[in-house]
Design a protein around this ligand. Structure first.
Ligand code: HEC
Ligand code: HEC
Ligand code: HEC
Ligand code: HEC
Ligand code: HEC
Length: 167
């Protein structure tokens, strides 16, 4: 039975690795395949749009908000005809059917996160989301789990009351 121990070792390593990989999906570093290959860099660096031109409720609401197809059509009714990715946008606009974007960040339902107080306190988008203006594909670059939230709150004399972040 000399083979048993090493074999068990291999199984355990695979289980741990699998867990680590599953644990990471949808979190740090993950850039999910989107229904339209929307490039942030082209629109922010290239076209010169502000983050809040598209994410309109970031300064006022809980959610930053994802722009509707109508907002894309403001430009793409005219811009980029014949580009296959833009044709997908135009098709959705003509059919008045939303684009089903896949969430990059996702907190559990038991957590209450609001954008507005952070923006009001002067925390920049990049502090939590990184250099989105340079990204081809949006991805998560910061942990943003409880330890991360609470340690920044401590550093800034913001609340560490459980009820502020949990329903
Ligand atoms: C032209 C409109 C537009 C502009 C300008 C724009 N975004 Fe976005 N953003 C989108 C769309 C559409 C998505 C959803 C598709 C995706 O995830 O790539 C998105 C997704 C995101 C996400 C991921 C959201 C999630 O699912 O968790 C973040 C973070 C983000 N944007 C931040 C920014 C920041 C920061 C800026 C400014 C530097 C910015 N965006 C500028 C349209 C825009
Ligand atoms: C203090 C950290 C922090 C800052 C600052 C911040 N965000 Fe977020 N953002 C988050 C977290 C956490 C989520 C995930 C929220 C959830 O899943 O409920 C998120 C989600 C998003 C999403 C996904 C859709 C949504 O509304 O939840 C977009 C888009 C986004 N942020 C854009 C921005 C933009 C643009 C700015 C700057 C104006 C910004 N964020 C500033 C932490 C931050
Ligand atoms: C203010 C005008 C404007 C808005 C609003 C806008 N775009 Fe664009 N978009 C552009 C311009 C300009 C280009 C560059 C076109 C080119 O290079 O031919 C572009 C390029 C693109 C491309 C192709 C990029 C490439 O590299 O081929 C896609 C896909 C795209 N936009 C999707 C979207 C989506 C989805 C929205 C809505 C969330 C949106 N755009 C909103 C102006 C805009
Ligand atoms: C980079 C620093 C930073 C990070 C990371 C951060 N926050 Fe904050 N948060 C702040 C600051 C600063 C304030 C504003 C405090 C004030 O207005 O006095 C704030 C305020 C809040 C508020 C409003 C509290 C109130 O009293 O109304 C909530 C809720 C909140 N944060 C939740 C979260 C959650 C959940 C996360 C993690 C997903 C998070 N924050 C991550 C800095 C941060
Ligand atoms: C600044 C925001 C913030 C504060 C304050 C905070 N939490 Fe959390 N908490 C989070 C976030 C974000 C998550 C989800 C991500 C993770 O698992 O770390 C979480 C997750 C949890 C979980 C895991 C279960 C779940 O919902 O996923 C428990 C249990 C928990 N928190 C308890 C507490 C208790 C007890 C306190 C007060 C001592 C507290 N939290 C204070 C942000 C916060």
């Amino acid at each position: 039975m000399r083979w048993l121990l090493p074999a068990l070792g291999v199984v355990i390593v695979f289980v741990l690795l699998g867990g680590a990989i599953f644990g990471l999906s949808g979190r740090l570093g993950a850039a999910p395949e989107q229904p339209v290959a929307f490039p942030h860099d082209v629109h922010v660096k290239g076209v010169g749009l502000d983050c809040t031109f598209c994410h309109r409720t970031a300064t006022t609401g809980d959610a930053a908000g994802i722009p509707s197809v109508e907002q894309c059509m403001f430009c793409h009714r005219v811009v980029g005809q014949g580009n296959p990715e833009i044709e997908k946008v135009r098709q959705a606009g003509q059919n008045q059917s939303p684009i089903d974007w896949i969430k990059v960040h996702r907190l559990p339902d038991s957590v209450h996160f609001t954008h507005a107080p952070h923006i009001r306190a002067g925390v920049a988008c990049a502090t939590c989301h990184g250099q989105v203006e340079g990204m081809k594909q949006a991805r998560q670059v910061r942990d943003l789990r409880m330890g991360d939230c609470v340690s920044c709150h401590r550093q800034n004399n913001a609340t560490t009351d459980c009820a502020a972040c949990h329903y």
